[in-house]
Ligand binder design. Structure first.
Ligand code: NAD
Ligand code: MG
Length: 397
């Protein structure tokens, strides 16, 4: 039987890569529901190609426009809107697999709905784990969901973990010395430190190795992305921050590594193309073609490694700090980062002020226990208010 797939965030970078892989295997996968924020045209085109059972836009007006277009084209697709509809298509009993590819905190509730419905979840939305890792993992285990990491580093680690254990999420006693997350270092890895404050949004989103959405591209330039990934790895693999290391690897060919007690270091390699981890998680434990070019190591020639530089990348240090503090500290970090990144993209603050704002918010807000969603969302909201305050103060200078 074909697996019915819901893609949350189908019009984004991960969404498009997922549809590319799915379109290579129509006999194995059925596109059941597509969901996005407000991009009517892209979602309409996807409806024409994939004829999903449901198409969801968060925005009401956009959904009405999509509805009109779908009707005129004579498609059977049902158009829905609003947050409840996102959760509905994530939890629908006809759905087998949910691709969680909404960007930011907005992805949390629909991804949680998929976990509670016991789905096979292909997790790209790392922010869900950063905000509510303990709670999220609890729901996954409680409801027998299968959580498969799409983030390339975590997918690499997953592939290097002991096979029999890859459904348990607890690797603390499996003879692992540490996991090593690789980072390209983003577009500013070689820039003069004094130039960083003058970097523009256009420069920040021009990633040397990967093509991605705007928010994660800025996160890569600050290396907050790697910081969020350290937190994501902590929850996915059940390892303390002291066993999660970051090193720079500018070619992005080794996607991450696992260092075992016996001295074996296992690495997963491939061209930097998200269709590999997407195909890996779609088909797991089988393998399918992803459309990715075979890796040519001779052409790559060289693999370089360097220590991560916390002075150049203060956001990475802030993420480690939040993980060590625990509770809602990581949700606060994430929320302040989302506000600061958006303000930077709108040219309201300088690149280097992103870290300053996050640190100020972390210093000022009290941290709570992260054992219930209400508290997590309240601290997320408080961090957004405070971060917006800092943005406004900086712009009015
Ligand atoms: P993107 O900006 O390209 O796409 C985001 C998608 O989410 C779009 O379809 C958008 O319509 C939808 N969306 C945004 N806000 C929404 C809301 N409130 N409700 C419903 N839909 C909403 O982002 P992306 O680069 O595809 O990244 C998506 C997620 O995957 C992020 O969490 C990112 O960290 C993670 N990720 C991305 C990559 C990558 O290569 N792009 C790699 C690893 C992890
Ligand atoms: Mg990644």
């Amino acid at each position: 039987m074909r697996r019915a797939v819901t893609i949350l965030g189908s019009t984004g970078s991960i969404g498009l890569s997922t549809l590319d892989v799915l379109s290579r295997h129509p006999e194995q996968y059925e596109v059941y529901a597509l969901a996005a924020n407000r991009s009517v045209d892209s979602l309409f085109k996807q409806c024409l190609t994939f004829e999903p059972r449901y198409a969801v836009l968060l925005d009401n007006e956009a959904a009405e426009q999509l509805q009109a277009a779908v009707k005129q084209a004579g498609l059977a697709t049902e158009v829905l809107s609003g947050e409840a509809a996102l959760e509905q298509v994530a939890a629908d009993s006809a759905v087998d697999t949910v691709v969680a590819a909404i960007v930011g905190a907005a992805g949390l509730l629909p991804t949680l709905a998929a976990a509670r419905a016991g789905k096979r979840i292909l997790l790209a939305n790392k922010e869900a784990l950063v905000m509510s890792g303990a709670l999220f993992m609890h729901e996954v285990e409680q409801h027998g969901a299968i959580l498969l990491p799409v983030d390339s580093e975590h997918n690499a680690i997953w592939q290097c973990m002991p096979v029999a254990e890859t459904q348990r999420y607890h690797f603390a006693d499996k003879g692992i010395r540490r996991i090593i997350l690789t980072a390209s270092g983003g577009p500013f890895r070689d820039s003069d430190l004094s130039e960083l404050e003058h970097m523009t949004p256009a420069q920040a989103v021009a990633h040397p190795n990967w093509s991605m959405g705007q928010k994660i591209s800025v996160d890569s330039a600050t290396m907050m992305n790697k910081g969020l990934e350290v937190i994501e790895a902590h929850w996915l693999f059940g390892l303390p921050s002291a066993q999660i290391e970051v090193i720079l690897h500018r070619q992005s060919i080794i996607h991450s590594m696992v260092d075992y007690d016996d001295g074996s270091v296992l690495a997963q390699m491939g061209n930097p193309d998200m269709r590999t981890p997407i195909a890996n998680t779609l088909a797991w434990p089988e393998r399918i073609d992803s459309g990715v070019e075979p890796l040519d190591l001779v052409k790559a020639g060289q693999l370089d490694f360097m220590a991560a530089d916390f002075e150049r990348f203060p956001c990475l240090a802030l993420a480690y700090r939040a993980l060590e503090i625990g509770g809602t500290a990581t949700a606060i970090l994430n929320a302040a980062n989302e506000i600061a990144v958006e303000a930077f993209l709108q040219e309201k603050i300088k690149f280097t002020q992103i870290a300053v704002i996050i640190e100020s918010v972390m210093n000022e807000l009290p941290v709570s226990k992260a054992d219930n969603l209400t508290q997590i969302l309240a601290d997320d909201a408080a961090a957004r208010v405070l971060a917006t305050d800092y943005v406004n103060r900086l712009c009015s200078r």
